[in-house]
Write a protein that binds this ligand. Structure first.
Ligand SMILES: Cc1ncc(COP(=O)(O)O)c(C=O)c1O
Length: 308
């Protein structure tokens, strides 16, 4: 991976290679952590802007609360630290990874008694998916049951439900997986929300069994602004096979059309017009070209900006 100079670690900037933890860190053993993924983009005036910073921090705080973490930072302090991480590293576009986790003090499954540690890293990161249009397989695993975990929190431990499906397709021609839920309805991909289009209407699964994606939420707003009808509903696999278009959304993955599902071509195997329109509109927003949504961007003054 590409690295940057500094990682924010418990309130201080440390050189990238020095951001280390003890091997008996609780989260390393029991995945007792929560994280966020944000993207920041170079806007057309040359400055850098983080997309939906506050929403990501809100979700991080919600997830930390699910883990009973007493975070020693306010929401504003976390927002400021994220902005400063970009500024200190002087990169205009990339990905941000705040992580809060139970640290090193005592062993045993119950995390209470361990310190709550936090890091914020950022690095340049291009396209997340291996292709511009994805071949997708329905996973043999189902989405975690909503009563087995806090399903709407971005908990590290929940990611076993993403890792195993991805390992399932490792070495095949599939790029991504689609998980069904315990009732056999379509849920989401390994780290992306699912959308499909039929007869000009955009459909996405309800929030009952998906991560409440911040990109998903924005697509609902954007699609309505572009004049589309959008329905949050239960979707069956048969409906996806018969869809006119389908795509995934996520901070890392952005908007990525689905080419095929279980080797059945969608839209004849090419990205559909509505998917492409949303994808282009999304890029306009995150790059600051669509001023209607400028309140969704947090501009960052890079430390060496005056020298650029
Ligand atoms: C399981 C899962 N679903 C959906 C998403 C998309 O969420 P967002 O748009 O907030 O990145 C992610 C990524 O965070 C994820 O990990």
């Amino acid at each position: 991976m590409q690295t940057t100079e500094f990682i924010w670690f418990n309130g201080k900037f440390v050189p990238w290679d020095d951001a280390k933890v003890h091997v008996l860190t609780h989260a390393l053993h029991y995945a007792s952590g929560t994280f966020e993924g944000l993207r920041f983009y170079q806007t057309d005036d040359g400055s850098s802007a983080i997309f939906r910073l506050v929403e990501h921090v809100d979700r991080l705080l919600y997830s930390a609360q699910a883990l009973h973490m007493a975070l020693p930072y306010s929401k504003q302090q976390i927002c400021d630290a994220i902005v400063e991480t970009v500024a200190r590293n002087n990169i205009t576009s990339g990905y941000l990874r705040p992580l809060v986790f139970y640290g090193y003090q005592k062993m045993g499954v119950n995390p209470i008694g361990n310190p709550v540690d936090m890091i914020i890293a950022c690095w340049p990161w291009g396209a997340y998916h291996a292709a511009e249009e994805l071949d997708v397989k329905v996973s043999q695993y189902i989405r975690l049951h909503p009563k087995s975990t806090v399903i709407d929190a971005k908990l590290s431990a929940n990611y076993i439900n993403c890792i195993l499906p991805l390992l399932e397709i490792q070495g095949t021609h599939y790029h991504e997986v689609l998980l069904l839920d315990h009732d056999h309805y379509v849920s989401e991909g390994s780290s992306v929300n699912f959308f499909m289009v039929k007869n000009g209407v955009i459909y996405t699964p309800t929030l009952s069994n998906v991560l409440p994606g911040i990109t998903r939420d924005f697509i609902l707003i954007l699609a309505k602004k572009l004049g589309y009808q959008v329905l949050e509903t239960q979707i069956t696999l048969a409906e996806v096979y018969a869809a006119d278009e389908a795509f995934f959304s996520g901070t890392a993955g952005e908007i990525t059309p689905i080419r095929s599902l279980d080797d059945k071509l969608i839209n004849g195997g090419g990205a559909g017009p509505i998917s492409l329109k949303l994808k282009a509109a999304y890029q306009d927003v995150v790059h600051g070209r669509d001023k209607t949504f400028s309140s969704y961007l947090t501009y960052v003054k890079l430390e060496n900006q005056q020298h650029l």
